[in-house]
Unconditional design. Structure first.
Length: 667
């Protein structure tokens, strides 16, 4: 199934007709530049372009009041003076004779997207719309928004398709208070928003936007606000919040549909956000959400006012929806203190509502709050160095996101004769010459192994060579001895100059010490035997009491350990090994296989042991880019497991600061 793209140039046909400094950034070029970049990068040709339609009254009334709708209906006939007058009753928004028409098209676009995804015509999609929606409220326009596109889309999905649980992720740099108010007492819609806040100093200056506003009544816990109290936030800050807050809760919630308020004013260069996250971060944020709801994801444009970063961010988002390999994120320096304070406050506020946070022992007994009186001067996230004048957002420069090339072959497999090759995979032909490897194999790896093992290992090495040359994206091998193959692979890759292997070992089994010592391999092993070893910077043993069968414990280790470590290590190859008898359930295995494709341009090599032959199909399906099935609503993990993972994190966070979730107590 494909990716839908919804856009119509009619939505560019309204603009600000008078002087208003607060609104001048919301220009028609936002849409033309975004769509133009998609065309230029050949992305529109790869999408399924769906027509827009006007929303009808009944759909708008899912969120807005009749009186508000009636009032907006009058605007097409208004004179310029009337429009100005009408606008005065709302905040930071403007009207135009054609904006009502465009607002209906924006809502209609979002609904078209929801229809095509929920009817199974497309896998996912994006709607490029204006006016945006997430600030508009039941009876008020606000913040350039007229109708609340995404809130209406959520109500529409519930009413027309009976969708039980919807996750709305709002990565726009402003708080979508309109969405929050719409669903604050509704446990079927989980609203997550981060937003520039600066201790309520930033627009819309609401107490309702702070971390302790968690929803009301039945909806308590289903509203998550992450305030950014400093500007200059970077990729690390965004990833930390996804790994340590949004993803664990989202997986516990287990949504049937994901809607994204895709505002790109949270990107570098934007005059509103004044943040420093680069456009390629949206490739990862999108991807990390695509493993939820079996990939049913609808992204609807909200803000974004730097035309260069907006266009790049839109392209990064659509390319990921299309399934292209992710660009590695480099120099992740870890979250700043302000982020850690916000993260700690939000986790504490939501601890009682989400079992994934229940055992979070990292939350201090003493009350921490970011509600302290604003310190004198706000400065950048790390206090602007004296004398270094800060570039204005528009002067910011950043590298063009790297090209994301799809290898000619997605998944290649090495299987014993007699094992069927999964559809759409390419079997490494047995005629593959053993040539270059044979000698090294014989001498370095397999003294007395039988020829079968030698042949298999040489083919596995060929998979690695093909990934290195980007001839294939990922590979899967069913081998006689997974542990031995794993050791040989690590040695083989470690011989490369700048190679870094992220070895994820699921199940018990001995990892030879030489694998761990050279720093060219980072090992995370999830198992049940408690060998009491402390591990080291490059060896992270996660012992689960009930072993890998414990989905909650496994999931917690995946988000709070595996993902941050993988991002910070930035490997050139991911080696995922399923040890015999691991007990991990197929869906958990598939989710893990999916998430690990965030790294190394998707170059993942999966090793299965022959008696795990039944896993070949499910694993190949994920390697081919299909979404993993849902894990179901996750119960709390075992207290002792949660504490073990926290102990691991606190020991490792000195070396890997993406593991941090709390601000160090010292000054
Ligand atoms: C969709 C959205 O979230 O991007 N709307 C942002 C509205 C910002 C209003 N304040 C502008 C002040 C000008 N410096
Ligand atoms: Zn915004």
């Amino acid at each position: 199934m494909g990716t839908a793209l919804i856009y119509d140039e009619e939505m560019t046909k309204y603009k600000l007709l008078w002087v208003d400094p607060a609104c001048k950034i919301e220009v028609p070029e936002r849409l033309t530049v975004s769509h133009g970049a998609l065309v230029r990068n050949g992305l529109t040709d790869r999408c399924i372009c769906l027509p827009v339609r006007e929303a009808v009254d009944a759909e708008i009334l899912l969120v807005h009041s009749e009186e508000y709708l009636e009032a907006v209906k009058q605007t097409p006939h208004m004179t310029l003076e009337d429009l100005k007058e009408f606008t005065l009753q709302y905040g930071d928004v403007y009207f135009h004779p054609n904006i009502y028409h465009c607002a209906k098209l924006a809502v209609g676009s979002a609904l078209q997207l929801v229809d095509s995804v929920l009817m199974g015509k497309v896998k996912n999609g994006m709607a490029l719309v204006r006016p945006p929606g997430h600030h508009s409220m039941r009876s008020a326009a606000n913040g350039f928004c007229v109708f609340n596109n995404v809130a209406i889309a959520a109500q529409y999905a519930k009413q027309k398709y009976g969708v039980k649980r919807i996750l709305i992720v709002d990565w726009d740099i402003h708080h979508g208070q309109g969405v929050q108010y719409c669903f604050e007492d509704d446990p079927s819609v989980l609203y997550f928003s981060w937003h520039r806040y600066e201790h309520q100093k930033f627009w819309p200056n609401l107490k309702d936007s702070d971390y302790d506003i968690v929803g009301k009544g039945e909806g308590a816990g289903f509203n998550i606000n992450v305030p950014w109290n400093k500007v200059g936030m970077e990729n690390s800050d965004y990833l930390s919040v996804f790994c340590h807050l949004l993803l664990p809760i989202a997986y516990e919630f287990c949504p049937d549909l994901v809607l994204v308020c895709a505002g790109f004013d949270s990107a570098i260069g934007d005059p509103e956000g004044e943040m420093c996250a680069t456009p390629d971060i949206f490739a990862h944020l999108t991807y990390l959400l695509m493993n939820l709801a079996e990939g049913k994801l609808c992204a609807v444009l909200e803000g974004g006012y730097n035309l260069t970063s907006l266009a790049q961010s839109v392209c990064q988002t659509v390319q990921t929806l299309l399934g292209d390999p992710l660009p590695p994120l480099t120099n992740l320096t870890g979250p700043c203190r302000s982020t850690l304070e916000s993260l700690q406050c939000v986790r504490a506020a939501h601890r009682q509502h989400w079992s994934c946070l229940r055992h979070a022992v990292d939350l201090p007994t003493f009350e921490i709050s970011t509600k302290r009186i604003k310190l004198s001067g706000e400065g950048n996230k790390d206090e602007a160095e004296v004398g270094e004048e800060q570039k204005s957002p528009e002067e910011k420069i950043w590298p063009e996101p790297p090209k994301r090339i799809c290898p000619p072959v997605c998944s290649a497999v090495v299987l014993p004769d007699g094992v069927v090759c999964p559809d759409a995979c390419e079997r490494l032909s047995s005629s593959e010459d053993l040539g270059p490897h044979l000698l090294t194999l014989k001498n370095d790896f397999l003294k007395d192994a039988d020829d079968g093992a030698v042949t298999a290992l040489s083919r596995v090495f060929s998979l690695i060579d093909k990934m290195k040359n980007n001839e294939i994206r990922n590979g899967l091998a069913l081998v006689g001895d997974a542990a031995m193959t794993m050791t040989c692979v690590v040695q083989y890759v470690a011989a490369e100059v700048d190679s870094r292997v992220f070895l994820v070992c699921v199940g018990n089994g001995n990892i030879p010490s030489h694998v761990i010592e050279d720093g060219k391999t980072l090992v995370v092993q999830i198992k049940d035997e408690d060998t009491e070893e402390q591990g080291s910077k490059y060896y992270v043993p996660v012992c689960l009491k009930k072993g890998c069968t414990d989905t909650s414990g496994f999931a917690q280790a995946m988000f709070s350990l595996l993902l941050p470590l993988g991002y910070q290590y930035n490997p050139s190859l991911v080696l995922l090994v399923r040890m015999p008898g691991s007990g991990v359930c197929d869906i958990m295995w598939q989710q893990l296989t999916g998430l690990l494709q965030s790294f190394a341009h998707g170059h993942t090599l999966v090793l299965l042991q022959e008696d795990d032959k039944a896993c070949v199909g499910p694993t190949a399906s994920i390697l081919l880019g299909n979404p993993a099935p849902p894990l179901g609503q996750l119960p709390a993990s075992l207290k002792e497991d949660a504490e073990a993972v926290e102990r691991l994190r606190s020991r490792l966070q000195a070396d890997w600061n993406l593991l941090l979730t709390t601000a160090p107590e010292n000054g």
